[in-house]
Structure formats: C-alpha cells, structure tokens
Design a protein around this ligand. Structure first.
Ligand code: COI
Length: 376
C-alpha cells in the first residue's frame, strides 16, 4: 500500500545563522533538523496517519511495549550534497529491505519498502537546507535515522498491535573524530554480540544496548572499539562494535566475515562490489581470530578496517586481546596481547576504498551501478 504522506512545514524552523553554525561543526548525532516523518500502524487499520511535520517529542503510555520488551528496530543512511547543490541518497532500497527483515525478526509490522524510501525522501526534501556542503573532500552529510517502535500499552509478552514508524535527521561530520588516523580494537571474549538464531542480523536497539558494557570494557583496555567473536566457539570474527570488519591480504584479497549472525551492512556490500575496481578480490568466509593473529604476525594480512554508514571506512591500526585459561584457573586475569596492523598507520587499500566510496556518494565519480537516488 502506498502511504499518503501529508507534509506540514514547520513555522518555526531554526534560523539560517544558527543552522549555519551547527553545520560548520555538527559532530555526530548531536543536532536534529526542523522536521520528522511518522506513520502509525494498528493491527486493525494497517499503516495510516503518515506525515512529515515539525520535530516534536513523542507521548507514550508508560506501558508501551517498546519500553518493557525492547520491540524496536532502526536504520542508518545518509543524504549527500553534490558540488552542484543537488542532494542524493545512497542505496536507500538496501536500507528499506533490511528494515523489513528486521521488522519480521522483531515481530513488528513490515513497512512497504517503497513507503520507507518515500518517507525518507520527503523528510530530506523538507530539511534540504540541513544537508551540509562537503567541500575539499570533507565528510559531511545528513544522517537519517528511520526507526519503528511498538507503542501498544500492554504488559503481556506478545507482538504489539500498535506501532509507530519515524524518521529523524541529524547533520553529521565524521563518526570518529580522529577516525581516518586509525582506531584500536579490543577482542572481547567476555561479551558476545549474537549467536545462531538470535537477533544479530537485525538492526534492533537491544543489540546496541547489550554492546555498551563491551564498549566500555574496550575503552578501559585503552581501545576505541570492541571486536566480537562468534557466540559458540569464541573463535571466529564477527563485527567491530557498530561496524563490519574487513582484512586486506598481501595476495590482494579483501576478506570479510560471511553473513549469518552479523549485520548485512550496506557499506559492507558496496565495498565488496567496488573491490575488483581497485584490484582486490572480495572474499566472504569464516575468519578465525587465530588466522588473523598469525597473518598479522607473518605480514600476510596487511590491513584491517571497519566499515559502516556512520563510520564509512575506518582503518584499524592495532588489535589487543587477552589470553585466558579456559578452565578459569587464572581467576579471570589473563595475559594481554597486542598486535600492530601493518606499520601502525592506515593502509593504502583501506584509504583507496574509502575514497572510492566517498567519491561515488558525493558524485565525484560516475555512478555506474545506479546506486544514487536524487532527492533535490
Ligand atoms: C550506522 O552506521 O548507521 C549505524 O547504525 C551505527 C550506529 C551509529 C549505531
């Protein structure tokens, strides 16, 4: 069903001077635009009341299902301003498809993929003035956050019969302030992100709530992000915090963990597709931590990076972890190991992939794959 989106512009938008000040240094996720998109769903009436309207807080019943059982999903994508002033989305259909996949896993109603894209586009049109310029290859965009929450007030554990879909927008600079200079990862064996049959391949808030303690642990170990291993054997690479992880080998392979319990990242998919253009062979397979450590040591893994919509391509320059006695005889205190990636600075292939992706997104190279969708 095509949603009928009612557009009600704000009569009190942020003034030009204040908006320009924000756009000059937006950081990540700190400021929000003048508008939002919402639509409501009930089991009886389906999707209705779709509109783009001034940004406002929600009113929720204290028993709303999302507040108790975490029935929630979200997405992340960006709008890019090209040098001629036009504004484009990058592969929004992929986000729409993943949103539908997440909805099924969280027993939320599925929003038609075209309606998802239409709502995102209508919000970008309403807030076009918030899409920053990106001069001199700077990384600036309007980050879009579609989400869906279960709103029915009901304390039984079952799929809610009422839900709200929303999209908010936030001007964004780089996700990691020093990101392109390289980050360090802490390989956690204490925390698991996902296991077979769980919600690892769905973009749901609970996965991120559960990641916060692991992230804090990584910080305590002097690292920027956590690197998760699989939930069963604690032996295979999964994801790096909020991003997919990639290795570059001396044989010219671009290796990344196969899908399953990890998120099917749009950036991940795009990089695998772009890899052959840069002379790299994309390979998706299980990658053991033991293999990574051996190959970092013998130099046959030359680069590691993390990739995601927010983080783009973030080089990894060091990896740390802890070897512990599996029987627990050492009382939890293990031996910390640390390995440098390459020469400890961002690798050439990682930076090339990053530029290839950004050049495409900002319209600096031709879009041969038809990945860009013009909005303004
Ligand atoms: C994204 O890259 O869009 C993400 O969802 C990561 C995040 C900021 C949670």
């Amino acid at each position: 069903m095509a949603l009928d989106l009612d557009v009600r512009p704000s009569d009190r938008p942020v003034d030009d001077a204040a908006r320009s000040e924000i756009l000059a240094d937006p950081g990540f996720g700190r400021y929000f635009t003048d508008h939002m998109a919402t639509a409501r769903w009930t089991a009886d009436d389906g999707w209705h009341d779709a509109s783009v309207h001034p940004l406002e807080p929600f009113t929720l019943h204290p028993a709303a299902a999302v507040l108790h059982y975490g029935q929630e999903i979200f997405e992340g994508l960006k709008a890019y301003r090209h040098a001629d002033g036009s504004v484009w989305l990058f592969r929004p259909d992929k986000n729409a498809r993943r949103f539908a996949h997440s909805a099924r896993r969280l027993a939320l109603p599925v929003l038609d993929e075209d309606d998802f894209v239409a709502a995102v586009e209508a919000l970008v049109r309403a807030d076009a003035a918030w899409v920053p310029d990106a001069p001199d290859g700077q990384e600036a965009s309007l980050y879009l956050r579609p989400f869906m929450i279960a709103t029915e007030p009901f304390l039984g554990v079952r799929a809610a019969h009422e839900a709200t879909f929303g999209v908010v927008a936030s001007p964004a600079g780089p996700y990691f302030s020093g990101g392109v200079h390289g980050v360090n990862l802490w390989v956690t064996d204490r925390f698991v992100r996902a296991s077979r049959g769980g919600t690892g391949d769905a973009k749901t808030g609970g996965n991120y709530a559960a990641s916060l303690a692991a992230q804090a642990d990584a910080r305590d170990r002097g690292c920027d992000q956590v690197l998760y291993l699989d939930g069963e054997e604690h032996a295979w690479l999964e994801e790096a915090g909020t991003m997919n992880v990639f290795l570059v080998t001396s044989g010219g392979e671009l290796l990344t963990p196969a899908l399953g319990s990890i998120l099917d990242g749009v950036t991940r998919d795009s990089l695998l597709d772009l890899a052959p253009d840069l002379g790299l062979t994309p390979v998706e397979r299980r990658i053991g931590l033991a293999e990574l450590r051996e190959r970092l040591a013998d130099g046959s893994v030359t680069e590691v990076f993390a990739a995601g919509t927010a983080a783009v391509v973030t080089p990894v320059v060091g990896i740390r972890g802890e070897d512990r006695d599996p029987e627990g005889a050492d009382d939890g205190a293990g031996v910390v190991w640390e390995q440098q990636v390459g020469d400890g600075t961002p690798g050439a292939a990682s930076l090339e992939l990053r530029s290839a992706l950004l050049d495409l997104q900002y319209g600096r190279t031709p879009d041969a794959r038809g990945w860009l969708r013009r909005v303004v």
